[in-house]
Design a protein around this ligand. Structure first.
Ligand code: PMP
Length: 341
């Protein structure tokens, strides 16, 4: 593997940028009078949240066995994707690489930042062709590769992720939004080995906290300092920070959430196998299924008529709808409508 100097990958103006720092961030007080931030002295939520998210980071550091300085907290992992693009990709000059099909927001934030979006088409099993990856990386020289595993919307995990981190001359972001459902090992344990690695996780899926909008990035201290430099002050609100900090201490709750979802996944998979209009249910390591239908437009319309909202993926993935698992009564309703088609 090539020796990495992360600084060489960072946009020049970002290297020189000073982060916003509040005096409160780096000091402790016994009985402070806060007259520094133009807040109201009255009300329940009158104070700004901790911009450094210290308490949450310290708890996560123990949970994930990393240093608190290797953690960035975002307003959803969406915000972190945006920050990563902003740190490394020079508008107009640089490109990002993403799998195709994969999570659309990588391309969205790159486009907002005026970066080229290079797409690496997946093979028929939705895996990556290594030769194709090496060729396209070499030709396009993208700064950042977004590798999503398990991948949204296909549901499969990507094999041999180390190969891609090792053979990419830029930053590799492994998006593990659905990792808890997969039973696979997180790439967080590879952080010591690969200075160009960023791992994204979220509280929106297995943790059942999408409404709180909290996502996490794990990386080297150097990379985390850079994302902190470009983030907005107070980017995560106090209600969410408190709620998530509380939740982390309640491991039983998350275990229960995941077990419940996994039960429903296996129940739904069995039921789906009995439905006539289904051509194929693709293997999934996530909390959703990519399903190929005989007559996808009719199925989608029929589901909508019954107020069952799903995510149509065709024509990009021909004849396919992505459907995530719900509660038993919701899954039952889905199955009944599908049976009636
Ligand atoms: N990554 C992937 C792969 C996703 O599917 C999603 C949400 N659909 C996100 C990131 C964004 O998650 P968050 O709610 O943390 O912004």
């Amino acid at each position: 593997m090539k020796e990495f100097n992360i600084k060489d990958l960072v946009r020049k103006n970002i290297q020189e940028l000073q982060p916003y720092v509040s005096f409160r961030d780096n000091n402790t007080f016994k009985n402070p009078v806060f007259l520094d931030a133009n807040e109201s002295a009255f009300g329940e939520l009158n104070r700004y949240p901790d911009s450094t998210q210290k308490e949450l980071k310290e708890k996560l550091a123990v949970l994930k066995d990393v240093s608190a300085k290797q953690i960035a907290v975002g307003n959803g992992s969406d915000e972190l994707i945006d920050l990563i693009v902003k740190v490394f990709c020079e508008p107009k000059n640089d490109a990002i690489l993403m799998m195709n099909p994969s999570f659309a927001m990588y391309g969205f934030y790159a486009s907002v930042n005026e970066n080229k979006v290079v797409k690496l088409n997946l093979n028929e099993n939705f895996g990556i062709d290594k030769e194709k990856f090496l060729k396209i990386s070499n030709e396009e020289k993208p700064k950042v590769f977004f590798l999503c595993s398990p991948n949204n919307p296909t549901g499969n995990s990507i094999e041999d992720i180390e190969f891609y981190i090792q053979n990419f001359e830029g930053i590799v972001v492994v998006d593990e939004a659905y990792i808890e459902f997969s039973g696979k090992k997180s790439c967080i344990e590879l952080l010591e080995k690969f200075p160009n690695l960023i791992v994204l996780q979220t509280f929106s899926k297995a943790w059942g906290m999408a409404g709180a909008r909290v996502g996490i990035a794990y990386a080297s201290e150097e990379i985390i300092q850079l994302t902190n430099t470009v983030k907005s002050p107070y980017n995560v609100n106090s209600l969410s920070l408190n709620k998530i900090s509380e939740l982390i201490s309640n491991k039983e709750f998350v275990k229960y959430n995941i077990e419940n979802t996994l039960n429903e996944i296996s129940w739904l998979r069995n039921k789906l196998e009995t439905i006539n209009c289904i051509k194929k249910v693709f293997p999934s390591d996530a909390n959703f299924f990519l399903i190929q239908f005989e007559n996808v437009d009719k199925v989608y319309r029929k589901l909508l008529e019954n107020e069952i909202l799903t995510s149509k993926r065709s024509p990009q993935i021909p004849d396919c709808i992505r459907i995530n698992v719900g509660k038993r009564e919701e899954n039952n309703k889905l199955i009944n409508v599908l049976k009636s088609i």
